[in-house]
Design a protein around this ligand. Sequence first.
Ligand code: SF4
Length: 243
Amino acid sequence: MCEGRIHSTESFGSVDGPGVRFLIFLQGCRLRCRYCHNADTWLTDGGVLMSADELLDKAERCRPYWGKTGGITVSGGEPLLQIDFLLDLFRKAKRRGINTCIDTAGQPFTREEPFFSKFEELCTLCDLFLVDIKHIDPAAHKSLTGAFNGNILDMLRYLSDIGKPVWIRHVLVPGVTDDDEALRKTREFIDTLKNVEKIEVLPYHSMGAYKWKELGLSYALEGTQPPAADRIKNANDILNGLI
Ligand code: SF4
C-alpha cells in the first residue's frame, strides 16, 4: 500500500480551487521562498504517513458541503515531490467521483523519465492545476526561491499544449515581486498560454514568520509590509491584461 507524508488537512477551504474544498497539505518542499508561510512543510522526512483511502474517507465526511463544484485540493509543501502517492490518491478519488485539484509551484517538473510519464497520467486525473509564477525573471526567481524557473514555465507550456485548465497565482511582495516590468513580462508569458482560466494576485503577509523562528531560522523578509491596495489593484490589472 502506498502512503503519503501528510503535513495537515483542512476541512473547508474556500480559496484553493472552485467551491468548498477539503485541503490536503503534503510534507516536503525543495524551494525556499523568502515569503514562505509554510516553512514547517519543508522537511521531506516529516509529517505523518497516511494512505489514500484514509485521506479520502476523511475528505468524504465533508462531501455534503462540496455542492457541484467542490472537491479536494492537494497542496503543500510541494505535492509533485510525492507524485507516486498523488497518482494513487487521484486514481482512487476519481473512482469515488471526486473533483481533484493540485496547488503546485512546479519545481520538480521535468520532461525526463521516470517523472514525465507519471506527470502525463496525473494530468488525466487532475481537473485543475493552481500554479504559482513566483517571478518571471530566472535570476530573480533564483534569488527569491533558491531555484531557476525554466522547468516551471515549461510545465505551464505543457499544460497549455494538452489543454489542461490552470489558475495562475502570483504572491505580491513589495520590493520583491511587484515591479511593473516583471508583471508585464509575466502577462506576456501568460498570453502565450491557451488554458488559463483565472489569474490571482495573493498579497504577501507575514503570518508564517513565526514558523521560521520556531525552526531556528531568521525570517528572510523581516520588516516587509503587506502591499498597499493600489499596488494590489495595479498587479491585478497588469496580470489580467487590463492595463
Ligand atoms: S513552494 Fe510553497 S511551500 Fe515551498 S518554499 Fe515556496 S511557498 Fe514555501
